[in-house]
Design a protein around this ligand. Structure first.
Ligand SMILES: Nc1nc2c(ncn2[C@@H]2O[C@H](COP(=O)(O)OP(=O)(O)OP(=O)(O)O)[C@@H](O)[C@H]2O)c(=O)[nH]1
Ligand SMILES: [Mg+2]
Length: 344
């Protein structure tokens, strides 16, 4: 077994950290504009600072329940005089935010099954195909052989888009062209991967079908057919969610999970939104539903390196605005390199 995110010889952690930070820039700016009293440095905490913080969290889509809980914790600590200045409050906030996410952060592990089959599902436009391309590169860099299955046979340009990624990353792509049977393409791909002794199959699926065809039924069929060919396959069914859709992500999660049983999440386009806080709402909803589905990766841009293993401490550090007069290192907001092995 090995962690999918391990990339060897990547010494430029700084630049990856910088990309994460700049990717989360919109949400950070949104937070900063609402948290003036808090980030001005070490001051006494007043009502205004607490109220500002509450509003700022809500505006970035952290969600009502999580925001309320965090504010209750912080207010309680302030009353008990455990926190007596804005800097301490800020640090406490960072830890509380991290705690919400930690149970849902896991690295994607490529199991021992060969081929290890991963399905990508999600509504149209969320970033399935792009994510497959990015992950193909990272898996290759980690030493795995990879094959792509062009299971989206509905959208005209889908096969071409996947083939372009395949050519760029030098990995084989199995396709049958537009209109073909999706289950048959993925079946072929798994068979072909087995024959070539390939480690991982990344299977693209459609985000949309002809109005009269039911997407969920189609996905179930692909799943069934592949399961008959290889017991236990698909080994992972990853739901790709666009962070920009806000709370809609929660209903997509419910619907896909009910149909095909989601085993992991990928949250894309965190860079394109000021509401990246939705990840806390997702974590909260997973906790409430008793389905602790892990978030394996986050997408913070269109480049291959912008797909990153989800690491809560880093995520929160990149999300929160820097305090005036406090170096991020001092505030413990820059993760030290020991924890970065899956994120670099
Ligand atoms: N900014 C940004 N753009 C992204 C990210 N992930 C994907 N995209 C872009 O989102 C657009 C749609 O991505 P696709 O990979 O084609 O989405 P899809 O889910 O395969 O869409 P369908 O095939 O129509 O179902 C592309 O322009 C991607 O470059 C991300 O993390 N950040
Ligand atoms: Mg696609």
């Amino acid at each position: 077994m090995s962690e999918a995110g391990e990339e060897k010889g990547k010494g430029r952690r700084g630049s990856l950290w910088g990309r994460l930070k700049s990717g989360l820039g919109r949400t950070r700016n949104q937070l900063a504009s609402g948290m003036g009293n808090l980030i001005l440095g070490e001051k006494e905490i007043d009502e205004a600072a607490l109220e500002e913080l509450e509003t700022a969290l809500l505006l970035t889509d952290v969600g009502l329940d999580t925001t309320r809980e965090i504010m209750e914790q912080l207010t309680g600590r302030v009353r008990r005089r455990e926190l007596n200045n804005t800097h301490a409050l800020y640090e406490s906030l960072a830890r509380l935010l991290e705690d919400v996410l930690t149970p849902f952060a896991k690295p994607l592990v490529i199991g021992d099954e060969r081929p290890f089959v991963i399905f990508f599902v999600g509504v149209n436009g969320v970033g399935k195909t792009t994510t497959i391309g990015k992950l193909a590169r990272q898996l290759k860099a980690a030493g795995h052989s990879v094959l792509l299955a062009a299971g989206d046979t509905f959208r005209a340009a889908a096969v071409e888009q996947l083939s372009t990624w395949g050519a760029r990353e030098d990995v084989p792509v199995i396709s049958q062209g537009q209109g073909a049977d999706s289950a048959s393409v993925v079946y072929d791909a798994v068979q072909s991967a087995a024959a070539r002794d390939i480690d991982v199959v990344l299977a693209d699926t459609a985000g949309r079908l002809q109005a009269k065809t039911n997407l969920m039924e189609e996905l179930k069929k692909v799943q069934r057919v592949v399961g008959r060919l290889k017991e236990g396959a698909p080994h992972e069914v990853l739901l790709v969610l666009d962070a920009g859709v806000g709370q809609n992500a929660l209903s997509q999660l419910k619907e896909f999970d009910a149909a095909v049983g989601i085993t992991g999440l990928i949250l894309t386009k965190l860079d394109g939104t000021a509401k990246a806080g939705v990840i806390f709402a997702i974590a909260r909803s997973l906790a409430d539903s008793g389905r602790p589905i892990p978030v394996y990766y986050i997408g913070v841009g269109e480049g291959a390196d912008d797909l990153r293993p989800f690491e809560p401490a880093q995520f929160v550090a990149a999300l929160l605005p820097e305090e005036a007069g406090v170096l991020p290192e001092e505030a413990g907001l820059v993760p030290d390199s020991k924890h970065g092995s899956t994120a670099s």
